[in-house]
Design a protein around this ligand. Structure first.
Ligand SMILES: *Cc1c(COP(=O)(O)O)cnc(C)c1O
Length: 390
């Protein structure tokens, strides 16, 4: 006998998955229809419309890949990269490194533009790489979730276009939490994920591709190496033809549709403001606790705060206490940042004070239990002063 699932009710305040909106869970429990059912095809069409709204694009091809954010990353890179192609990749953390790995596996030649974790990539670095190479594309992460840094994107699209290259942007963590502006920023290919600021379970990767990128994809000399992630075939399912490629994950599409409806009701601008103010509140709260922030000042991601773990505090013990005593999940650092930083997410549904304030208070309490001298109420009080702006 195996027992029924009884997962604990956690506050998910890490880099994702974030807590799922109850309306999204409800949508997932509605009856399944066939993936070619006229009702479902209508839902797909509306989902594309809503995705165009959050991506801020008119791109006809705006879909959701069946797979998590990394599947979106792989779909983009494999649709563009042919053996020997030079692809400029901005690396300032784990997710930039993942792009490099994928480009190499595809037989492409990654041209790495690097910054130390916690810093942004300077547009000049990209300009130099473009001048010195024959790059087919520039790929960069908008919100680098491993460090909590928001990469400025303005102006890069123009540079990339001047060189006849394509601009690929990872907005897995930023979509729905900060302006992405696909068309205005001349982004040719942009992908995301559902479990961060969209507050869905993990499982889909929203993706949009410009007409300009399609021209390049259609001129490929070799077929796209992945069958499942071949966007030319996915285009035939999501387009008018409705050709069967693979069975769309119906309940996940329902979830995404409902999540996007919530964002539409709330309004993108109001949502961005909520993330911005909440980010500031969490940073002020951490400073009031005497912790140092990790991300370059002025470039912090509004949906994720990275802080340095103070000397004398053991990362594992600290986070285990949060989980077992407070039912709260925050994350540690990845790779070189393991044991060095904490990452506190405040994404979408998770920006509400009812989630943020207990999170900050639990962090404060745990620090105090470990011997730090902190006046009770410090963390929440610092945050509340900023949250008044909302
Ligand atoms: C989470 C994340 C990914 C990977 O998404 P998965 O859903 O874990 O596959 C890629 N890029 C960024 C910036 C992310 O934050």
């Amino acid at each position: 006998m195996y027992e029924e699932l009884k997962p604990p009710s956690r506050l998910l305040m890490g880099p994702g998955p974030s807590n799922v909106h109850p309306r999204v869970l409800k949508a997932m429990a509605t009856p399944l229809v066939g993936h070619l059912d006229p009702y479902f095809l209508e839902v797909l069409e509306r989902t594309s419309d809503l995705l165009r709204m959050v991506f801020d694009t008119k791109n006809e091809f705006t879909i959701a890949i069946s797979g998590t954010g990394s599947a979106g990353m792989e779909a983009c890179l494999c649709s563009i990269t042919e053996p020997g192609d030079e692809i400029i990749v901005g690396v300032k953390g784990t997710f930039g490194e993942r792009m490099v790995d994928i480009v190499r596996r595809l037989g492409g030649k990654p041209i790495i533009v690097e910054q130390e974790p916690g810093k942004i990539i300077e547009p000049d670095q990209i300009k130099r790489a473009l001048d010195e190479s024959n790059a087919k594309a520039v790929a960069i992460v908008h919100a680098e979730t491993s460090t909590g840094v928001l990469q400025p994107l303005d102006g890069i699209g123009d540079m990339v276009r001047k060189h006849g290259a394509l601009f690929i942007v990872d907005t897995v963590t930023s979509l729905g939490g900060a302006p992405v502006n696909v068309d205005e920023r001349k982004i040719d290919i942009c992908y995301s994920g559902t479990q961060k600021c969209l507050n869905c379970p993990p499982g889909l990767s929203p993706l949009t591709i410009s007409e300009r990128a399609w021209t390049i994809i259609e001129e490929r000399k070799t077929p796209i190496t992945s069958w499942y992630l071949d966007v030319t075939m996915l285009k035939r399912y999501w387009g008018k033809e409705r050709w069967y490629h693979h069975t769309a994950p119906v309940s996940m599409i329902y979830a995404l549709y409902e999540a996007l409806r919530i964002i539409e009701e709330e309004g993108l601008e109001s949502r961005f403001e909520k993330h911005k103010v909440t980010g500031e509140a969490v940073r002020e709260s951490m400073k009031a606790l005497g912790l140092d922030l990790f991300a370059q000042e002025g470039y912090e991601t509004p949906m994720l705060t990275s802080v340095k773990i103070p000397d004398g505090i053991d990362d594992r013990t600290f986070r285990k206490t949060l989980l077992t005593k407070h039912n709260l999940e925050i994350a540690g650092g990845l790779d070189v940042l393991k044991g060095k930083i904490w990452r506190i997410g405040h994404m979408g549904y998770g920006t509400q004070p009812a989630f943020v304030l207990p999170t900050l208070t639990a962090i404060e309490k745990t620090l105090r239990d470990l011997g730090r001298d902190i006046e009770p109420g410090t963390a929440a009080s610092a945050a509340l002063q900023v949250l008044e702006k909302l």
